[in-house]
Design a protein. Structure first.
Length: 65
């Protein structure tokens, strides 16, 4: 059950000039309504929108730092 007292909050780490690091697994709902999922223990979410694998970070932000 979502938001039950047994749910452990997900930790999100904010990096300046970098991706958001999220403890997984995660589901991300995109603007068009589609949902993508990662079962990894930690995922990097792109914040610059340069990633070819958006919403997942592919380190494209490093090209224009």
């Amino acid at each position: 059950m979502p938001n039950s007292p047994s749910d452990v909050p997900r930790r999100i780490t904010v990096r300046r000039k970098g991706p958001l690091l999220v403890e997984g697994p995660v589901e991300v709902e995109l603007e068009d309504g589609t949902t993508v999922r990662s079962d990894r223990f930690k995922v990097a979410l792109c914040t610059c929108r340069r990633s070819r694998r958006y919403p997942w970070c592919d380190t494209s932000h490093r090209d224009r730092s």
